[in-house]
Ligand binder design. Structure first.
Ligand code: NAP
Length: 289
């Protein structure tokens, strides 16, 4: 696994900083200090290592260097406010529950509040429909990040729920300066067209999901053309098993052996992890066991 730590945050591209006032990021007891000439990686045990632009930082290298079994993403600021679209759906409910467990302040955007059988002091439920822009507009302001787990069940010609709904969300995010977006899409969309299982790509998608997949293509394109800090998460076949944490993520599964399935709980876990890292900002990433 590669932690691609962004240099743009330092303003290297913008030519901002040539001084020693580094941008600092903490991941599970490991401190990453970003300088214009490289990244200093320092552990609690005072081991340090320098990594230079263009090389990326291999996760295994850092683990070995610091003598750790694994790196744990650091706890986020619990004051972070996240807005979840599709919160009443199967992945959405996982997102809501796990976000609350992680002490986020959560707004659940739902068509029908009765479907979300959850009460919590950090949970606010907003009723709306992504196809009604005024309801989206009321929900977006004041959040730090938006998570999308929208889905449609009927494969209907001309259905643009995902793309139109996402367009409304993107416009509001831009208008109100909410920059971080993490969207659940599907393996088989965009650059992952040939990465889903044979049965899915050759039978299920063309015969039963043609219109939904076409709208997902439009949805991804809109997100990718936005200037937001987006991450698209493309799961393999979804299951309702418990979170295991033992999944693979990759920008391409073209040469990887995957099982072609992943639990919604693990997808939600990975999506929430993206709130504390910019490793996959501007990327579409596949996830599967
Ligand atoms: N099934 C798979 O194997 C698989 C594999 C990879 C990716 N995916 C994709 O992963 C995503 C999540 O799947 P899932 O099964 O967890 O989702 P899901 O249970 O179908 O939930 C979809 C959510 O979207 C909401 N929604 C739909 N139209 C809406 C609208 N106009 N306004 C507001 N909310 C709306 C639904 O609200 P209501 O509760 O009101 O209906 C529901 O909360 C989907 O995009 C799916 O295509 C699925």
């Amino acid at each position: 696994m590669l932690y691609q730590l962004s240099y743009s945050r330092l303003g290297v591209g913008a030519g901002k900083s040539t001084q020693h006032s580094a941008d600092t990021k903490h991941l599970g007891g490991v401190t990453f200090e970003f300088y214009w000439w490289g990244i200093r990686v320092a552990g609690e045990d005072d081991h340090t290592r320098w990594c230079y632009p263009g090389t990326g930082i291999a996760y295994e290298d850092i683990v070995q260097l610091l003598g750790r079994e694994s790196l744990v993403v650091s706890p986020h600021s619990s004051s972070m406010k996240v807005l979840i679209f599709g919160a009443s759906g199967a992945t959405g409910r996982q997102l809501v529950q796990q976000a609350l467990d992680q002490q986020y302040s959560v707004t659940a955007f739902v068509r029908n509040p009765d479907k979300l059988k959850l009460k919590h002091t950090n949970l606010r439920v907003v009723q709306g429909d992504v196809l009604e822009p005024e309801t989206v507009e009321k929900a977006v302001p004041g959040h730090d990040a938006v998570l999308l787990a929208l889905g449609v069940r009927k494969n209907q010609s001309g259905d643009t729920t995902l793309s139109d709904g996402t367009q409304h969300i993107l416009e509001c995010m831009q208008r109100y300066g909410v920059r971080r977006l993490i969207c659940e899409s599907s393996l088989g969309v965009g650059s992952s067209k040939n990465e889903a299982s044979f049965v899915f790509s050759k039978i299920i998608a063309p015969l039963f999901l043609k219109h939904i997949m076409a709208d997902k293509e439009r949805q991804e394109a809109l997100i990718q053309h936005s200037n937001l800090d987006w991450t698209i998460v493309r799961p393999a076949g979804l299951t309702n098993s418990k979170a295991s944490g033992g999944y693979k993520v990759a920008l391409s599964f073209a040469n990887a052996k995957i099982k072609g399935r992943i639990s919604r709980a693990d997808v939600a876990q990975f999506m929430l992890q993206q709130l504390t890292t910019d490793a996959f900002v501007g990327r579409a990433v596949g996830i599967s066991y």
